[in-house]
Design a binder for this molecule. Structure first.
Ligand code: COA
Length: 333
């Protein structure tokens, strides 16, 4: 396929104001410590949405900034692809609520379920829609209210996650030549044989809500942390290789690595594998925790805002999450 076909015209983020530090777990009776969390994960604090602050609300804030930066009106959106593991309800999608909130009257809107890899899956779908002529302008969102699905009695998971949303506007690349800006390569994989290492066992169509689901707390996130850690390191390394190969680049050509923000040790291992020094790696997991599919677009938006990502910047984006799913992408801005 001839690339680039689509470029990032604007980014935005929607972050709840409320901050919860590692020290705040004591008040909830959770046996943990700031030192344990920082040493194992790099997380210092995370943002937590208030009850009325929904996945759609955070998405709308992110989307409005992205549209403004891209100079795009809601009426110009052809599609809204919203990645979330925390839809506001199960039917219909959170994306249609966002479509209504924005007044994006021409847009097809749907949710995408690929956990922490969902933003990169969404960007790949958006690029595909542009490539086939189905769309000129696509809003891609990663939005998560993880605080609503973590078990606040399980110290092994509740300390890890946070809430937030990030957005990007994808538009058709005009002109020709491989020096242009846009998506240079994409890669996606999944392995459903490992689904039960990071999952919500109950509360879906297989075992609808009932007293057992409530008693067993099986509608909350369950995770085998060590196994997830090992798979994340292995899969993110593979994903870096594949996106770099696809773009015919090496780690030396990358100005900035934007990894999924789950754990600083996973990020360091990924950077080392890709031969990218840590001063070219963006880390904000200390301030947000793991915001699942929102983590990469939030990071990207911060980088755009601070001027690190600007015209000409070549970025490698890489993610891993429940499924397992993993994905990567090289973008020239
Ligand atoms: N505070 C204090 N102690 C805790 C704790 C917490 N919040 N959570 C777990 N522990 C304890 C465990 O109970 C265990 O105690 P034990 O040895 O007495 O049984 C001990 O710490 C070690 O637990 P373990 O799960 O083996 O720790 P770990 O070194 O693997 O670190 C994670 C745990 C979750 C930080 C780590 O496995 C991890 O980061 N995994 C990947 C998670 C992730 O990124 N998931 C999302 C991917 S998108």
């Amino acid at each position: 396929m001839k690339r680039p076909l689509a470029y990032v015209a604007g980014t935005g983020r929607g972050i709840p104001a409320k901050v919860m530090t590692n020290h705040d777990f004591a008040a909830l009776g959770i046996e943990t410590s700031h030192d344990w969390i920082v040493e194992r994960t790099g997380i210092v604090e995370r943002h937590i949405a208030e009850p009325g602050e929904t996945t759609a609300h955070m998405s709308a804030e992110a989307a409005r900034t992205a549209m403004q930066r891209a100079g795009v009106t809601a009426g110009e959106l052809d599609a809204i692809v919203l990645s979330t593991a925390t839809p506001d309800r199960l039917l219909p999608s959170t994306a249609v609520d966002l479509q209504a909130m924005l007044g994006a009257t021409r847009a097809a809107a749907f949710d995408l379920s690929a956990a922490c890899s969902g933003f990169l899956y969404g960007m790949t779908i958006g690029e595909g829609m542009i490539a086939t002529g189905v769309a000129e302008t696509v809003l891609v969102i990663g939005a998560e209210k993880m605080s609503s699905i973590v078990d606040w009695q399980d110290r092994a998971t509740c300390v890890l996650f946070g809430d937030g949303a990030g957005a990007a506007i994808l538009r058709r690349t005009k002109g020709s030549g491989n020096q242009q800006r846009g998506i240079l390569s994409t890669f996606m994989r999944s392995d459903g044989t490992l689904a039960e290492l990071l999952w919500r066992p109950g509360g879906g169509a297989k075992q609808p809500f009932c007293q057992d689901v409530l008693d067993e707390r099986s509608f909350y996130v369950k995770m085998a942390g060590r196994e997830v850690f090992k798979s994340a390191v292995r899969s993110m390394a593979e994903a870096c290789d594949r996106a770099l190969d696809g773009a015919k680049l090496t780690g030396n050509d990358i100005d900035i690595l934007i990894p999924h923000q789950a754990n600083v040790r996973i990020i360091e291992a990924t950077a080392k594998h890709a031969s990218i020094p840590m001063d070219k790696v963006y880390v904000n997991v200390d301030r947000y925790g793991n915001t699942s599919s929102a983590s990469i677009p939030i990071a990207l938006d911060e980088l755009v805002e601070q001027g690190t990502v600007r015209e000409g910047t070549t970025a490698l984006l890489v993610a891993f999450g429940a499924g397992f799913t993993w994905a990567s992408m090289v973008i020239r801005f």
